[in-house]
Each structure stands twice: as structure tokens, then as C-alpha cells.
Design a binder for this molecule. Structure first.
Ligand code: ZN
Ligand code: ZN
Ligand code: ZN
Ligand code: ZN
Length: 347
């Protein structure tokens, strides 16, 4: 079992108000007052967006919702079997920052119009960034800071190595907190988050293959028999299949066992939705895949951003390292110059 979020009261099975006998819902156990609500796919109760601390902006983005009690395994599929607890699945949001509509099929945007708006915005940002870098170079030129401009050149800043000055290297670069944090974030994405999503992708793929095998075992023979009777009908014949949605993407039993236990008109078997034309979970596999793909893409974006930040931090530290090396060298040379002057005055 998972823990409930801090703001969520303990589970209560209360269904009616004690004094008014009105039907009550949600974690707040209040009647339906017309506020925005979402139905739970695990326990069939209804929940207020506001009680769940979900912004009403997300109302069109719910694909499959599980309440805190189902997510914790107190109610719903997680309370009946061990294994992964169900999680709410969101539809992919339109890429335009201010838009909370789901993406239309095969698109990263809700509409053509928002695609244009988003791309227009990116172009404007790129253009202004270019202008900024031009003006930065100009400022440096005006300030006559040649060393900084040289550092911007292709070579970049020469790397600082421990051999050059181990004490300085350790104190400045080896123990830099910011650099350490950034590298830790990189590690988490590479070693934890990405493998986790890849694992989920793999589970989805394996489950989908199992489901395909179940569907063809259940319906293929019937279909062939029908289509042989009338070749004309074949085209019009819609492939029969069960929905197959399951909140935990684990394979419950062998294809043979499932087919043997299956009976038409049963809505659920092994927590698997067996409806023939299920509108509730329409294209659930595609939506899940999109959601995972979206997570992969955003981790990739984060990785790129982190790599850039690491590079910037390393450059900063490298140039500090070289500056301090230079200063130390200057200090060491200074007395010798004085000595030479004194010698010159004496002779
Ligand atoms: Zn509520
Ligand atoms: Zn629930
Ligand atoms: Zn949009
Ligand atoms: Zn279904």
C-alpha cells in the first residue's frame, strides 16, 4: 500500500449524509453541488478537482483517473491484487504553454492554429537570442575585453586539470556544489528515470502482444468462417476484439487459460476490460504510449538542458581556475622583479 497524500483524509465508506440522507462523494463527503468532478476508474466514486488539488485547467486532459484511495491500494484494483498500483493517466497536453486541450491525433498540438502560434513563438525567441548574442559581443568589443572574446572562440576555455594544481582544483572544481548537483540530476535521469520509463514501455509492449494473441485466439476463427461465406462482407466486417484495458500492465495468465475462461457478455475478467466496443478506454494503448513517449521526450529535453548547464558551469570554473593560477604566478614573480630593480639601482 502507498501512503495517502498529506491533504487527503483517511478512507471512509460513507455514501450518504447522516442528517439529510443525500448521496455524498469525494474525499470531502459532500453532495454534488455542481462543482467540477471526475469519476474514478477504480472505485466508481466521484471527486472534486478542487479537493484533489488538481487545477480545473486539466479537465480535458484526464484519460484514466484513479482517486487517492485507489492509488494507495485501499480501494479499487490495487486492493484486490498485489502488484503495481494504478496511476492516473493524462492525455498529452497541447504544446502551447497556455493551452490545456489535449493533442489531436498524431500531433503535438490541439489544433493547426496552435501549432502555428507555438512555432511562431519559438522563431521569435531564437531571433531575439541571436540579437542578444550579437549585442553581447559588441559590448565586449566596446569594453575592449579581448580575453573574454578569445574565450568565446572555437577552442573554448582550456580544461583545468588536477595535475596543474591539485589543491586549487579540489577546492574550486572538485567541491563545487552547483556542479555536483547538476551531475546528480543527470545521473538520476540516466540511471533511474529513463530505465523506469523504458521498463514501462516494455511492459506495455508485452501486454499489447499478449492481448493481440488473446484477441486472435478468441475471434479469428469465427471471423474467417464468416468471411469465407461471403467475400463481399469481408471488407465491411469490423475486426472483433475485446478492449483489454487493465490498470496494471502485467500479464495475468496464459493466452490459453484466458481464452478458456472467457465468456462473451462478461465485462471484466482478471481486471481486464472485456467490452467489445469500449468507449471508455478508447485507444488506451495509444494514449499510454503517447504519455510514455512524452515523458521520454521531456527527459531528453531535461538532459540536454542539464548538459548545457554543466558545460556552462565547467567553463565558469575553468576560467576561475586559470585566473587564480595566473594570479598566483603573478604573485610569485613580483618579488623577483623588485629584486632585479634593486640590483639595477645598485650597479
Ligand atoms: Zn470534494
Ligand atoms: Zn477510486
Ligand atoms: Zn492548443
Ligand atoms: Zn474498456
Amino acid at each position: 500500500m502507498n501512503e495517502l497524500p498529506e491533504w487527503c483524509p483517511p478512507y471512509s465508506s460513507q455514501k450518504r449524509d447522516i442528517s439529510t440522507n443525500e448521496e455524498v462523494y469525494c474525499i470531502c463527503k459532500k453532495p454534488d453541488g455542481g462543482e467540477l468532478m471526475v469519476g474514478c476508474d477504480g472505485c466508481d466514486d466521484w471527486f472534486h478537482f478542487s479537493c484533489l488539488k488538481i487545477s480545473s485547467n486539466y479537465k480535458e486532459l484526464v484519460f484514466s483517473f484513479f482517486c487517492p484511495y485507489c492509488q494507495a491500494g485501499i480501494t479499487g484494483p490495487g486492493s484486490l491484487s498485489s502488484g503495481n498500483l494504478p496511476k492516473t493517466i493524462w492525455k498529452r497536453k497541447c504544446r502551447l504553454h497556455s493551452c490545456y486541450k489535449p493533442c489531436s491525433e498524431n500531433s503535438k498540438y490541439c489544433s493547426e492554429q496552435h501549432a502555428e502560434e507555438y512555432i511562431g513563438g519559438v522563431l521569435r525567441r531564437v531571433e531575439s537570442k541571436e540579437r542578444n548574442s550579437v549585442s553581447l559581443t559588441r559590448q565586449m568589443l566596446e569594453a575592449g575585453d579581448l580575453s573574454k572574446i578569445q574565450l568565446l572562440g572555437k577552442q573554448g576555455i582550456p580544461p583545468a586539470t588536477r595535475e596543474q594544481n591539485s589543491d586549487l582544483y579540489d577546492s574550486l572544481i572538485g567541491r563545487d556544489k552547483k556542479l555536483k548537483e547538476l551531475r546528480e540530476e543527470q545521473e538520476i535521469i540516466a540511471k533511474k528515470e529513463m530505465p523506469r520509463i523504458e521498463q514501462e514501455m516494455k511492459a506495455l509492449k508485452e501486454y499489447s502482444e499478449w492481448l493481440k494473441a488473446v484477441n486472435s485466439r478468441l475471434f479469428d476463427s469465427v471471423e474467417e468462417a464468416v468471411s469465407r461465406k461471403s467475400q463481399k462482407k469481408k471488407k465491411a466486417l469490423k475486426r472483433k476484439s475485446i478492449c483489454g484495458y487493465r490498470s496494471q500492465l502485467t500479464i495475468p495468465c496464459s493466452v490459453e487459460d484466458f481464452s478458456a475462461q472467457f465468456q462473451e457478455d462478461v465485462e471484466e475478467l482478471h481486471d481486464i476490460c472485456c467490452r467489445m466496443r469500449c468507449s471508455r478506454h478508447q485507444d488506451w494503448a495509444g494514449t499510454m504510449q503517447d504519455a510514455l513517449q512524452f515523458q521520454i521526450e521531456s527527459f531528453e529535453t531535461s538532459s540536454q538542458r542539464l548538459a548545457l548547464l554543466v558545460k556552462i558551469r565547467e567553463d565558469q570554473l575553468n576560467s576561475q581556475f586559470h585566473e587564480q593560477m595566473q594570479r598566483t604566478a603573478d604573485l610569485q614573480h613580483a618579488p623577483r622583479t623588485e629584486e632585479r630593480v634593486q640590483v639595477a639601482q645598485l650597479t
